[in-house]
Write a protein that binds this ligand. Structure first.
Ligand code: ATP
Ligand code: LTN
Length: 349
């Protein structure tokens, strides 16, 4: 069970004791179809460490506004994502799961952190460069300010470890800079978080373009394997996945497509890249893809069955999220009182 967060801020000495459970926080956007990259790069790692840490997971609906979602669709995506997370193994008795906007402290802290964040650091973020490309001055301010909200999400709960995929490394570096600056200016207030990025599965690429990361908000369905895909659709997508020239099943810098498929196979079957290469020595691309498709289907089917069951039980999903939000709010509010105090805002007390 997750206990009260606030003790953490002043309780760093605990870190060396045997009972200390690391505070883990991560977020995911309700921005489209939960896919294999989300699972292998992030959510599977959330589940794997749930017993030995105090975990908080957040469906970041405010971040998803970046894509201008239709309000009705956004609500559906929140239910879908919550169901996918629970079905993937996030046991609500062992972690907090809630929706970001249900805890208004996230947006409040985001505004306050603007005071210790520079325009130049935001403009230099790779994600800002990618998502603003070609838009000129019309680019939404959410794209620029996005990493400050992410920093607020993380540091509000005295987070020590942030399990994410490789694409979030830079945002966590910025979060660390924000913590350093805030603590230096206002006194020790926030815990310094660290990224937790695994070597396996941290960057799953698109099936139709191995130079681009698999992404929820991609308009190209063939680019990702969604947890909503049927076994036949999964088999078809893998059969049509692009490959590299040559005929051996080997990874390498000159073989981005095969490297990606080998990564997926290895991550799901628990094999290293050399083991996968050995397993497919002398085999053809077609044989590899057939076996890969079966490994993916077998791994996803039990999660998908549970996902369908949960999705139909909106009152249950809503109850889990409400309970998560209530408990997160208590921790967040205690932290916010300290932050407001440190910054000297609010009426005199
Ligand atoms: P969007 O396309 O809307 O940005 P996304 O698919 O990138 O969505 P996020 O909600 O931004 O997903 O990310 C949730 C988590 O999944 C993050 O920890 C992120 O690093 C991880 N993740 C996303 N895509 C991949 C991927 N292709 N490989 C590994 N991890 C990924
Ligand atoms: N920016 C992340 C999602 C995200 C997040 C967070 C991840 C929002 N807040 C806090 C970890 C911790 C993304 O786009 N993947």
């Amino acid at each position: 069970m997750v206990t009260d967060a606030p003790a953490r801020a002043t309780d760093q000495a605990d870190a060396s004791t045997a009972e200390h459970k690391l505070r883990v926080f991560s977020g995911i956007q309700p921005s489209g179809n939960f896919h294999l990259g989300n699972y292998l790069g992030a959510v599977r790692n959330w589940v794997n460490q749930i017993d030995e840490s105090e975990s908080i997971f957040c469906i970041v609906d405010l971040h998803a506004l970046l894509n201008n979602p239709d309000p009705v669709v956004l609500q559906e995506q929140i239910v879908n994502l919550a169901s996918s997370l629970l079905a993937s193994g996030l046991d609500p008795d062992k972690c907090l799961l809630f929706v970001q906007s249900d805890v208004p402290a996230h947006s409040e802290l985001q505004w306050l952190l603007n005071a210790v964040t520079q325009f130049g650091e935001l403009r230099r973020m790779t994600q800002f460069k990618d998502k603003s490309a070609g838009k000129g001055d019309a680019v939404s301010a959410t794209v620029l300010n996005y990493p400050i909200l992410m920093a607020a999400d993380i540091i509000l709960y005295d987070t020590e470890k942030v399990p994410v995929g490789d694409d979030q490394r830079q945002h966590i570096e910025l979060t660390r800079d924000i913590v350093t600056r805030f603590n230096a200016r206002y006194g020790e207030t926030f815990v310094m978080p660290e990224a937790d990025i695994k070597t396996e599965g941290a960057r799953i690429m698109s099936l139709d373009d191995p130079t681009e990361k698999m992404s929820k908000s991609s308009p190209r369905e063939a680019s990702y394997i969604s947890f909503a895909d049927s076994p036949d659709v999964i088999r078809k997508k893998i059969r049509r996945a692009v490959t590299d020239s040559g005929d051996t099943i080997t990874a390498g810098d000159d073989k981005p497509a095969l490297t990606n498929l080998i990564q997926i196979y290895g991550s799901l079957s628990g094999k290293s890249t050399p083991e996968v290469e050995r397993h497919f020595e002398g085999k053809r691309y077609g044989d590899f893809k057939k076996e890969l498709a079966e490994v993916v289907v077998d791994s996803l089917t039990p999660i998908q069955d549970e996902l369908v069951r949960l999705k139909g039980d909106v009152p249950y999903i809503s109850g889990v999220l409400q309970q998560g939000a209530e408990r997160a709010s208590e921790a967040a509010e205690t932290k916010m009182r300290l932050v407001r105090d440190r910054m000297g805002i609010g009426r005199p007390r």
